[in-house]
Ligand binder design. Structure first.
Ligand code: WT7
Length: 648
């Protein structure tokens, strides 16, 4: 924690959309007359039939329902494309930078974006996709991923993007959970000089999906792929032959725009549902104000479209604003650790938005990779995904930003659709490691975890909840509204529960302290420990497993697995490798345990509940303070785990 503050420079504040005085006035207005505020800002997008109702929200457990602009109609793709054509047909909408710097980048104008999206829409239409149908995207970071998202939006179909790093099993589960009609994939996904066989993975996934699911394949590398004539369609060829006109479908503000699967503390990933009108208002407004985006700026968010950050801040926010958004196919360290900075130089990037894990990894490579590049175009830096440690913040500020770029540390979640707490760069003095203060209309509260009482003192620490709704909030869990209410509205009645712990300092600044549930954050990727555990116990040689997070220098948190083998099975290096590979194939490479400890037994209460608190302490090397162990059924188990803990 650090209490150094960095005030916005007078020059930055002078040119910014929002300065300190304006933030104060607008924030007060946004909470005193929340409905009036969002009525006004709801007009920033184009409506087919304008809304007359603004907000209809019930946070009462058992009756949770969230509606914004619910009698308005619109089309999201028309807002991101068509409405810009009159003034920006020849402006670049998307700059695409491929994995390899030797391959040419592309500049896609708004007119081209229109034509390609319409072609993709017509291809989907011919496959029978219409309003309300679900389409899964399992794609590389290529412009076709954006075309496909927008094509679904144009038809009123619901997309669900599955990160290309997920396994065939994970893909199949999502296809089946949402009942997708079509899966869009590509032959291969180049990343860091290697190619992920997306089509082959999709082929595997499809063996456990219904026979009527169709597969559309974009040609990215033209690599050889197996082909099933009854099921597979060549998307690239079909698009080339399709019409560049497609009338956008009129949808209701509350019709779903997309589903994104995310991990929780229990069970399988849940399908977070976002709807059309409120989401677009919120994504576009936060994009403009938080990044202080101005006409003509080149904006780059390094996320993958498989995550919500890619939805709100590569595709929907920037394009709704008529911006120029950069899409990068590769990784920060390929061909070497200067790639991010070379891309900034090459495309004269003005706003750069990435994750702390990437900053830490690049910081470890030394400053020369940054110093060799001309970063004079940069005006602002952003971070997202996990708390940023002050050391990384300072490096970002000094070495990348040369002390001239405000840093926006944006705290939000898949569920929130857009930023909830973040500096506004022309208004907010920043403190390294703090996401500072709330965005307009957001009322964070800190509750005592045990009593559930709101702590009103300025200085407070507890669980973070949000009072009242905002237009970008998720509406339900796909197909399971009860789970939605249970997860977010049952522990602390009358509030949205974030799952995060938080501290508020004497200046009213917020500091996220990490998850308070069994969710861990590995390189900014959210992982349910229960998911990794069920993958492990699905292996024939594993009797029991418990997974916790531990501090990891680069990843933020690493995955520490305690594994009890079936009787008769012997621990070995070979088995360790086998389990690592197993988890990779069950979930995906991001879920591979960093450390596996063989555990003859796990610490349990007499009623058989695993005491994770103790396992977390051992994994953190903090076993001097195990706390109350008097309820343990077999205290000796703990001594064995401590003696054999893994070095990290
Ligand atoms: C969790 C949400 C929303 C985009 C990426 C992650 C953590 C996110 C920050 C931040 C501290 C952060 C929280 C949150 N988190 N941003 N700026 N400072 N923590 O989305 O996968 O839904 O994860 O990421 O713990 O609850 P997600």
């Amino acid at each position: 924690m650090s209490d150094t503050t960095y005030a916005p420079s007078a020059t930055f504040a002078g040119n910014a959309h929002i300065d300190a005085a304006k933030y104060k006035d607008m924030y007060n207005a946004s909470v005193t007359d929340n409905e009036g505020f969002w009525a006004e800002h709801g007009k920033r997008i184009d409506w087919i039939k304008p809304f007359t109702k603004v907000k209809d929200v019930n946070y009462g457990f058992g009756n949770v329902s969230i509606n914004w602009y619910s009698d308005g109609t619109l089309n999201v793709a028309a807002n991101c494309i068509d409405r810009h054509i009159a003034s920006r047909a020849n402006q670049t909408a998307i700059i695409w930078e491929p994995d390899s710097p030797d391959e040419a980048s592309q500049h896609i104008t708004y007119q081209e974006l229109h034509d390609k999206t319409c072609q993709m829409s017509n291809v989907l239409k011919d496959l029978g996709v219409s309003k309300g149908d679900r389409v899964i995207l399992y794609m590389p970071m290529i412009p076709e991923a954006a075309y496909a998202m927008l094509a679904c939006a144009r038809l009123g179909a619901i997309h669900s993007v599955v990160f290309g790093g997920f396994s065939p099993d994970a893909l199949a589960n999502r296809v089946n959970d949402c009942g997708a009609k079509v899966v869009i994939t590509a032959d291969e996904a180049p990343r860091g000089g290697r190619a992920t066989p997306l089509k082959a993975n999709a082929d595997k996934a499809m063996t456990t999906c219904g026979d009527d699911v169709q597969l559309l394949v974009v040609r990215r590398t033209n690599g050889d792929v197996a082909w099933n004539d009854a099921r597979d369609r060549d998307c690239t060829a079909l698009m080339a032959a399709a019409s560049t006109d497609c009338t956008p479908e009129e949808v209701n503000a509350e019709d779903p725009l997309f589903i994104l699967y995310t991990s929780g503390s229990t069970g399988k990933p849940k399908g977070v549902v976002h709807t059309s009108g409120g989401y677009l208002v919120y994504a576009s407004m936060t994009h403009e104000l938080v990044f202080d985006y101005h006409d003509g700026d080149v904006y780059w968010c390094t996320a993958d479209v498989g995550w919500v950050t890619g939805h709100s801040y590569i595709v929907y926010g920037p394009l709704a604003n008529g911006g120029t958004t950069l899409m990068f196919e590769g990784v920060p360290t390929y061909p070497d650790a200067s790639r991010f900075w070379q891309v900034c130089e090459k495309h004269k990037v003005n706003q750069f938005y990435t994750a702390p894990t990437a900053i830490r990894a690049l910081m470890g490579q030394g400053p020369e990779f940054v110093e060799n590049c001309d970063l004079s175009s940069l005006k602002l830096l952003g971070t997202v995904g996990e708390p940023i440690n002050p050391e990384a913040w300072n490096w970002y500020n000094d070495v990348v930003g040369k002390g001239n770029c405000p840093i926006v540390d944006t705290w939000w979640q898949t569920e929130t659709g857009g930023h909830l707490m973040t500096p506004l760069p022309g208004a907010t003095a920043t403190k390294p490691g703090s996401c500072t203060t709330p965005f307009f209309g957001i009322q964070p509260v800190i509750l005592d975890a045990q009593s559930g009482q709101e702590i009103h003192d300025t200085e407070a620490e507890g669980v973070l909840c949000i009072k009242d709704s905002w237009p970008g909030q998720m509406r339900t869990v796909y197909g399971d509204h009860e789970r939605f209410e249970q997860t977010y509205f049952s522990d602390y009645k009358g509030y949205y529960f974030t799952g995060d712990g938080c501290r508020r300092d004497a200046d009213g600044y917020y500091w996220i302290t990490g998850r308070v549930d069994d969710v861990i954050n590995v390189s900014g990727h959210r992982m349910g420990t229960a998911e990794v555990e069920s993958a492990l116990v699905a292996h024939a040689k594993v009797a029991e497993a418990a997974v916790v997070g531990y501090p990891h220098d680069i990843k933020g948190q690493g995955i520490y697995a305690y594994v009890t083998l079936m009787s008769g099975e012997e621990p070995s290096e070979e088995l360790r490798k086998e389990l690592e590979t197993w988890v990779r194939s069950e979930i995906g490479p991001i879920a591979k345990p960093d450390l596996i400890q063989w555990a003859p037994g796990l610490p349990k209460t007499r009623s058989g509940k695993i005491m994770r608190r103790i396992l977390r302490k051992i994994a953190e090397n903090d076993y001097g303070s195990l706390g109350d162990t008097s309820t343990l059924a077999e205290p000796a188990v703990v001594d064995d785990l401590i003696d054999n803990r893994m070095n990290r």
